[in-house]
Write a protein that binds this ligand. Structure first.
Ligand code: PEP
Ligand code: MG
Length: 897
C-alpha cells in the first residue's frame, strides 16, 4: 500500500523528491529535536495522482485524518473545537523552490463557532484571522476574484476613517466577515464551508491544482524545472506571532547572503505575522535586536542556526515565529545567495573543515562567475530603463550614442554604438565603442558574437526604433539623438538614459593581474576554486581570438591555446582595398599580384598571435565568410563612374547570393578562388619559420571551414601540404634570391638565416565539423583531417534549419512560450539533435584515426551546460571567447567531479 502522508517526524532532508524541499527540511528539523509545530506532509506522488485522476486518490483523505489526530494529540487541541480550536496552515512545497508561485492557506479551522473560541486569545485577532481565511480560501479554493475582497476591505477602511488595516476595530472586522461571506456566496452559489474538514480537503486539493497555474508554469520554464514533478503539501499547526509584544516573526540567515560574511543576519518584526513582513507594513528590526527584546528565544534561535548550518553544511535561511515568548521554526532551507556569497561561503566552509574543495566546487557555478567578471551599474539611485532588449554580452557601458561605426571609431570619449544590426564593416566602431546596442538580432547575431569576443557590453534586438538616417533612437515617447548619453547593461538587457555610475569587477582584475595585496575574500575564493577546477578537469580550455591583444588576454585568463583564430577580421579596414583587388582581378598575373600584396600583412598578423601564444597551439581557420561581405553595397556603387568601380559593381552582381550562409563560403571559397588559401597557408608557414628563427616555439594548426565532403578537404590539404613543404624547404635551405619552386618574388624568409633541419614545426591540417554531412561522414573525413573542431554555430543553424541571424527575436520567443524550446539551441547545445551529430562524429572520427584531436569552437564552448556535454562526449577541448575562459575552466572542473 502506498503512503501518501508522512508525519514530520517520519521524513528526512534527503526525501525532497517525495516530500518537496520544504517538507523534507521540516522533517529534518523535527528529527533534530528543533521546535517545529506539529504537522505532516502530503507527498508529490499524491499530487501527481490527483492531477492525473482529477480527484483525490483513494485513501488519501483517510490518511490525512489519521495524521491530523496525531497533530491534535501533540497540540492538545482539536480541529473544530468550539472552546479551543486547533488551526492549520496548508502550504505548497515542490522539490525545487518556486517562491510565491503556488498557493498557501492559513487559519484553516475557523468558522462561525470556533472564531469565538479563538477570541479568548484576543477578539480582534480572532476576527481578523477569520476574515483573512475567507478571502484566502475564497480566492484560491473557490476562484472568487481577490479584488472583490480587497475592494470591500478598502471601503471598510474608508468608512472607518483609517488608512491601515490595523486601524480597524472588532466591529469593523465582524462586519467584514459578513461581507466576505456574502461575496463568497454570490460568486460560488454556496455558503462559506463551516466544516473544518471540508476546508482542509478543499485547501489541499487547491494547492495541488496550483502546480498548474500559468504563473507556476512560466516560472518552471524560466528555471528549467520539469513540469511533471508536482508539489507536496505541508499541513502544520498554526502558531501566531501577532499575539502582543512578546510575539513576533522573522527571518534569519546563518551568514550574510549578500557577501557571505559570518554573523547574525536577518530581520525581526514584533507582534506580526509572516505576511506582514512580506507586505512591508512596518519596518523590520535587525535580527540582533532580538537579543535585547527576548534573550531566551534569541539564544535558542542562534543555537538552532548553528545546528542547522552544521547539519546542512551550508548557509541556511530560517523562518521563525515567537508566540508568547516561545520560539517556533516554520521553515529552513539552504539559503539563496548572491554569486559573490556563493564563492566566499564555499571557501570559508573549506577553511572551517566542513566541506572539501570538491564539494566547494560543486556549490559554485560558471553563470555566477560570469556575473562576477563584468562591471555592473550601481542602481542604488533607482533608475528606470527606457527599454529592455536581449542581454547579449554582459558588462555595463555608458557613452554617447553614435549611429555609425565610422563616426564611433573617430569619436573622442566613450561611445555606445547604436545600429539596427551590425556587419563586419562595423568592426572598427565596435572596437572603439564601450557598448553596442542593436534593434535586431539575438544572442548569436554578429553584434553579440563579436561583442562577447571582445568583452564589450552588448544589448541586441531591443524593442526600439533605430533610425540610422536621422541618427536617432525611439523607445516609446523617448527619443535619443546622436551625442546623447545612454547606458546599456549587457547582463540584463536594460537601456537607461544618461550616465550611471559603474563599479569595476575585482574578479576580472584578478584574472588579468593575478592575486595581490588588495585581493579580498571573494577574489581569494575565486582563485582557490578555479585553481581546484584546473586540477580536476580533463577538458582543455582554449580561446577564440584573432588579435595579439585578445590572445594575450586569453592567455592571462588561463587559455591553453587558441582553438579558433578567425581570419576574416584581418581583411577589413584599409586592407579591404586589397581584397577588392583580388576579387576583381582578371588573369593569373593580377590574381597573383593581389595575393602577394596581402601575404606580408597576413604573415605579420600571424607572427603577432604566435608570439603571444608561444608554446601553445594556435588553430588558424582559413577564410570563411562570403566574399561579397568585403565589397561595398550595391547602392553605394550604383552611380559607378571609374573603371575600378564598374568592375566592383560587376563583382557585387556576380557574387550576390540569395542564401549567403549556404553559399560561396568556407572551403568552397578556397576551391573556387585559386591561390587564396595557399596565400594564407604560406603566411602561416612563413610566420612560423620567422618565430622559430627568433627562438620561439610556434604551434600553428590549419583549419578548413565548412567541409561537407572529404574530397573538399583532400584538395585543400594537398595544396596546404605543398605550400608547407615549400616554405619548410625554403626556410631550411635558404635559397639565395628568388624562390625557384614557387616562382614568387623573394619574401623576407628567403633572405633570413636558415633553420636547422627539423626546426620547422609540424603543422597539422584539420577541419571544422559544421555541416551535418561532415558529421555523418566523419569516418571518411578523419582519413584526411588531423583534428576536428565542431563549429556548433553553423552545425546548429544547418541541423535545425534556423538562420542564426534571424530567429532569436522572432521564432524563439514563440517557441519558448509554446514549450517547444526551453533554451536557445544557439546558446546551449541541443543534446538530442546537434549533440547526437557531435557524438557520432567523435565516435566515427576516432575509429578511423585513434589519435584524432577533437574540440569545439562554436559559442557553446563557453556555455556552462554545453561544457558538461562536451566533457561527457569526451572532447579534448572547448574553445570560447577570452572572457568566458575562466567560466569554462570552472565548469569543466565541475563536470569532472
Ligand atoms: C561555428 O560555426 O560554430 C563557428 C565557430 O564558425 P563561425 O561562427 O565563424 O561561423
Ligand atoms: Mg561556422
Amino acid at each position: 500500500m502506498r503512503t501518501f502522508v508522512y508525519d514530520f517526524a517520519d521524513g528526512d532532508k534527503d526525501m525532497r523528491d517525495l516530500l518537496g524541499g520544504k517538507g523534507a527540511n521540516l522533517a529534518e528539523m523535527t528529527r533534530m529535536g528543533l521546535p517545529v509545530p506539529p504537522g505532516f506532509t502530503i507527498t508529490t506522488e499524491a499530487c501527481r495522482a490527483y492531477l492525473k485522476l482529477g480527484e483525490a486518490p483513494e485513501g488519501l483523505m483517510d490518511e490525512v485524518a489519521a495524521h491530523l489526530r496525531r497533530v491534535e494529540e501533540a497540540m492538545g487541541r482539536r480541529l473544530g473545537d468550539a472552546a479551543d480550536p486547533l488551526l492549520l496552515s496548508v502550504r505548497s512545497g515542490g522539490k525545487f523552490s518556486m517562491p510565491g508561485m503556488m498557493d498557501t492557506i492559513l487559519d484553516i479551522g475557523l468558522n462561525d463557532t470556533t472564531v469565538h473560541g479563538l477570541a479568548a486569545a484576543g477578539e480582534r485577532f480572532a476576527w481578523d484571522c477569520y476574515r483573512r481565511l475567507i478571502a484566502m480560501y475564497g480566492a484560491t479554493v473557490a476562484g472568487v476574484p481577490h479584488d472583490d475582497f480587497e475592494r470591500a476591505l478598502a471601503e471598510r477602511r474608508r468608512t472607518a476613517g483609517v488608512t491601515a488595516d490595523s486601524g480597524l476595530g472588532v466591529a469593523d472586522l465582524r462586519d467584514l466577515v459578513e461581507e466576505y461571506r456574502f461575496i463568497y456566496l454570490r460568486h460560488t452559489g454556496e455558503p462559506f464551508p463551516q466544516d473544518p474538514r471540508d476546508q482542509l480537503t478543499g485547501a489541499v486539493l487547491a494547492v495541488f491544482r496550483s502546480w498548474n497555474t500559468e504563473r507556476a508554469e512560466v516560472y518552471r520554464r524560466a528555471e528549467h524545472i520539469p513540469d511533471d514533478l508536482g508539489t507536496a503539501v505541508n499541513v502544520m499547526a498554526m502558531v501566531y506571532g501577532n499575539r502582543g509584544p512578546s510575539s513576533g516573526t522573522g527571518v534569519a540567515f546563518t551568514r550574510d547572503p549578500a557577501t557571505g560574511a559570518r554573523g547574525v543576519y536577518g530581520d525581526y518584526l514584533p507582534d506580526a505575522q509572516g505576511e506582514d513582513v512580506v507586505a512591508g507594513v512596518r519596518d523590520t528590526l535587525p535580527l540582533h535586536e532580538l537579543a535585547h527584546l527576548d534573550p531566551r528565544s534569541f539564544g535558542e534561535l542562534t543555537h538552532a542556526m548553528d545546528l542547522l548550518e552544521r547539519r546542512y553544511r551550508d548557509l541556511c535561511d530560517i523562518e521563525f515565529t515567537i508566540e508568547d515568548g516561545r520560539l517556533w521554526l516554520l521553515q529552513t532551507r539552504v539559503g539563496k545567495r548572491t554569486a559573490a556569497a556563493a564563492f566566499t561561503v564555499a571557501a570559508q566552509l573549506v577553511d572551517e573543515g566542513v566541506i572539501d574543495l570538491d564539494e566547494a566546487l560543486r556549490r559554485v557555478d560558471g553563470a555566477g562567475l560570469a556575473r562576477l567578471m563584468f562591471p555592473r551599474f550601481d542602481l542604488s539611485g533607482g533608475p528606470v530603463p527606457v527599454a529592455t532588449g536581449v542581454p547579449a554580452s554582459p558588462g555595463a557601458a555608458t557613452g554617447r550614442a553614435v549611429f555609425d561605426a565610422r563616426r564611433a571609431a573617430a569619436a573622442h570619449g566613450p561611445v555606445v554604438l547604436v545600429r539596427e544590426e551590425t556587419n563586419p564593416d562595423d568592426l572598427p566602431g565596435m572596437i572603439a565603442a564601450r557598448g553596442i546596442l542593436t534593434g535586431r538580432g539575438g544572442k548569436t547575431s554578429h553584434a553579440a558574437v563579436v561583442a562577447r569576443g571582445m568583452g564589450r557590453a552588448c544589448v541586441c534586438g531591443a524593442p526600439v526604433v533605430v533610425d540610422e538616417e536621422h541618427r536617432e533612437l525611439r523607445a516609446g515617447d523617448v527619443v535619443v539623438r546622436e551625442g546623447d548619453l545612454i547606458s546599456v547593461d549587457g547582463a540584463t538587457g536594460e537601456i537607461y538614459l544618461g550616465e550611471l555610475p559603474v563599479r569595476p569587477s575585482p574578479v576580472a582584475g584578478y584574472f588579468d593581474h593575478g592575486l595581490d595585496a588588495e585581493s579580498g575574500p571573494l577574489v581569494t575564493a575565486v582563485h582557490r576554486l578555479v585553481t581546484h577546477a584546473d586540477a580536476v578537469r580533463r577538458l582543455e580550455v582554449r580561446a577564440n581570438a584573432d588579435t595579439p591583444q585578445d590572445a594575450a588576454r586569453a592567455r592571462r585568463f588561463g587559455a591553453a591555446g587558441i582553438g579558433l583564430c578567425r581570419t576574416e577580421h584581418m581583411f577589413l579596414g584599409e586592407r579591404r582595398a586589397l581584397v577588392e583587388r583580388l576579387i576583381v582581378a582578371e588573369g593569373e598575373q593580377e590574381v597573383e599580384e593581389a595575393l602577394d600584396a596581402l601575404l606580408p600583412l597576413q604573415r605579420a598578423d600571424f607572427i603577432g598571435i604566435l608570439t603571444e601564444m608561444d608554446g601553445l597551439p594556435v588553430t588558424i581557420r582559413l577564410l570563411d565568410p562570403p566574399l561579397h561581405e568585403f565589397l561595398p553595397s550595391l547602392e553605394d556603387l550604383l552611380g559607378a563612374t571609374s573603371d575600378h568601380e564598374r568592375k566592383l559593381l560587376a563583382a557585387v552582381r556576380r557574387l550576390h547570393e540569395s542564401n549567403p550562409m549556404l553559399g560561396l563560403r568556407g572551403v568552397r571559397l578556397g576551391l573556387v578562388v585559386p591561390g587564396l588559401f595557399a596565400m594564407q597557408v604560406r603566411a602561416i608557414a612563413e610566420a612560423a619559420a620567422e618565430r622559430v628563427r627568433a627562438g620561439g616555439d610556434p604551434r600553428p594548426e590549419i583549419m578548413v571551414p565548412l567541409v561537407g565532403d572529404v574530397r573538399e578537404l583532400s584538395a585543400v590539404k594537398a595544396e596546404a601540404e605543398r605550400v608547407l613543404a615549400a616554405v619548410k624547404a625554403e626556410a631550411e635551405q635558404v635559397p639565395a634570391g628568388v624562390n625557384a619552386k614557387s616562382g614568387r618574388a623573394p619574401t623576407t624568409t628567403d633572405t633570413e638565416p636558415g633553420l636547422p633541419a627539423g626546426g620547422f614545426p609540424c603543422v597539422p591540417v584539420g577541419t571544422m565539423i559544421e555541416v551535418p554531412r561532415a558529421a555523418l561522414t566523419a569516418g571518411e573525413i578523419a582519413g584526411e583531417a588531423e583534428f576536428f573542431s565542431f563549429g556548433t554555430n553553423d552545425l546548429t543553424q544547418m541541423t535545425w534549419g534556423f538562420s542564426r541571424d534571424d530567429v532569436e527575436g522572432t521564432i524563439f520567443p514563440a517557441y519558448m512560450r509554446l514549450g517547444i524550446l526551453t533554451a536557445s539551441p544557439f546558446e546551449t547545445i541541443d543534446r538530442h539533435g546537434v549533440g547526437r551529430l557531435v557524438e557520432l562524429a567523435v565516435a566515427e572520427g576516432r575509429a578511423a584515426r585513434p589519435d584524432l584531436t577533437t574540440g569545439v569552437c562554436g559559442e557553446h564552448g563557453g556555455d556552462p551546460a554545453s561544457v558538461w556535454f562536451f566533457h561527457e562526449t569526451d572532447l579534448d577541448y572547448v574553445s570560447c571567447s577570452p572572457f568566458r575562459v575562466p567560466v569554462a575552466r570552472l565548469e569543466a572542473g565541475r563536470a569532472a567531479l
